[in-house]
Ligand binder design. Structure first.
Ligand SMILES: C[S@@+](CC[C@H](N)C(=O)[O-])C[C@H]1O[C@@H](n2cnc3c(N)ncnc32)[C@H](O)[C@@H]1O
Length: 276
C-alpha cells in the first residue's frame, strides 16, 4: 500500500519538462479524480491493482512514452480529446492557430476545411466556438478519421463532418470560406524526430519532404481552387519556415499575408486571404 502523497513523489523519477504535472495526470486517471482531490486527500491509499497499473505506466513513461498515450487522451482548447499513436498528440501551440482563425472576419454560416485533422483538435475547437459554422475535417488515414469522429461524438458536435482524403482529393467540387491546416512539416531525419514525444508519434503526422515544406507547398498551391472569394488559408509550420511559407502564399496569389507567434514567441502561424 502507498498513499497519494507518497506516490506523488515518484514524479522525481520521470523525464520531461513537467514531471510533477505528468504524475498528477497519471494519478487522476488512475483514481478517476480531479487534481484538487490529490491535494485534499493526500493520505488516501492506492489499492494493489492501482499501484500495479501505475508502476507499469511509470516504466513506460521512463522509456519516453508520452503521458497522453498512456492515458489515451489530451486536453486541447476546452476539449479533452482521445488520442492514438496513429496521429499527432494535439499541442498547446496549435491553440494559437484556432485563436487566429476565430479572430478573422468571416460570414455567418462559414464553411471550414481542416486538412490533416488528426484527433480533430482544430476542427472541433472551431465547431465548439462557432455553432453556426459548418466544419469539415479530413485525414488520409482511416483510423485517424475514426478517431476524430469519436471525439466529435463525445461532444455531440453534429455539424462537423470528417472524411478520408489525401489533402483536397475528396473535396473536389466544394469551396470553403476558411481552410486551416497543421500539416506535417518536419524535414526527414531532422534531429527533433529522435527526441521526446516525437519518437512515439506517427511519422506520417510529422515528416514532409523538401525540407519539411512539401505538404505546405501542395496545400498552398491547391487552396485557391477551394476557397470562396475573400476566403482565408491559415497554416501552422516550423519555427524556421515562416519566410518560406509567406513567400509561397504570395507566389500563389494570396494577399494580406501575415504571421503570428506561438506561445514560445516563434513565428509558427502564417495566413493569407484569396481575393478573386
Ligand atoms: C501535424 S498532424 C496535425 C493533426 C491535427 N490537425 C493537430 O493539429 O493536432 C498532421 C496530420 O496530417 C495528416 N496527413 C498527413 N498526410 C496527409 C495527406 N496526404 N492527406 C491528408 N492528411 C494527411 C496526418 O495523418 C496527421 O493527422
Amino acid at each position: 500500500m502507498s498513499s497519494i502523497a507518497k506516490t506523488l513523489l515518484l514524479y522525481k523519477t520521470l523525464p520531461g519538462d513537467n514531471p510533477r504535472y505528468d504524475m498528477e495526470l497519471l494519478l487522476c486517471e488512475l483514481l478517476e479524480c480531479q487534481p484538487a482531490y490529490l491535494r485534499t486527500w493526500p493520505e488516501t491509499e492506492l489499492t494493489v491493482e492501482q499501484l500495479e497499473t501505475l508502476h507499469e505506466w511509470l516504466a513506460r513513461r521512463i522509456d519516453g512514452e508520452p503521458v497522453a498515450h498512456l492515458i489515451g487522451r489530451q486536453a486541447f482548447w476546452t476539449l479533452d480529446l482521445l488520442v492514438s499513436p496513429d496521429t499527432l498528440i494535439p499541442r498547446q501551440d496549435t491553440e494559437v492557430l484556432v485563436e487566429r482563425a476565430l479572430a478573422l472576419s468571416l460570414p455567418i454560416g462559414t464553411h471550414v476545411l481542416d486538412l490533416g485533422t488528426g484527433t480533430g483538435a482544430i476542427a472541433l475547437s472551431l465547431a465548439t466556438e462557432k455553432p453556426d459554422w459548418k466544419v469539415f475535417g479530413c485525414d488520409f488515414k482511416a483510423s485517424v478519421v475514426e478517431l476524430a469522429q469519436k471525439n466529435a461524438d463525445k461532444y455531440q458536435l453534429s455539424k462537423v463532418e470528417f472524411f478520408q482524403s489525401d489533402w483536397f482529393e475528396k473535396a473536389a467540387g466544394h469551396t470553403f470560406d476558411l481552410i486551416v491546416s497543421n500539416p506535417p512539416y518536419i524535414a526527414p531525419k531532422d534531429k527533433h524526430l529522435y527526441e521526446g514525444d516525437l519518437c512515439f508519434e506517427a511519422n506520417s503526422a510529422l515528416v514532409a519532404e523538401d525540407k519539411g515544406l512539401a505538404d505546405i507547398r501542395h496545400i498552398v498551391s491547391r487552396a485557391p481552387a477551394y476557397l470562396n472569394d475573400s476566403g482565408w488559408l491559415v497554416l501552422e509550420h516550423g519555427y524556421d519556415q515562416a519566410e518560406a511559407v509567406k513567400r509561397l502564399l504570395i507566389e500563389n496569389g494570396f494577399s494580406a499575408v501575415e504571421g503570428c507567434q506561438d506561445l514560445g514567441g516563434n513565428d509558427r502561424i502564417s495566413l493569407g486571404q484569396y481575393i478573386r
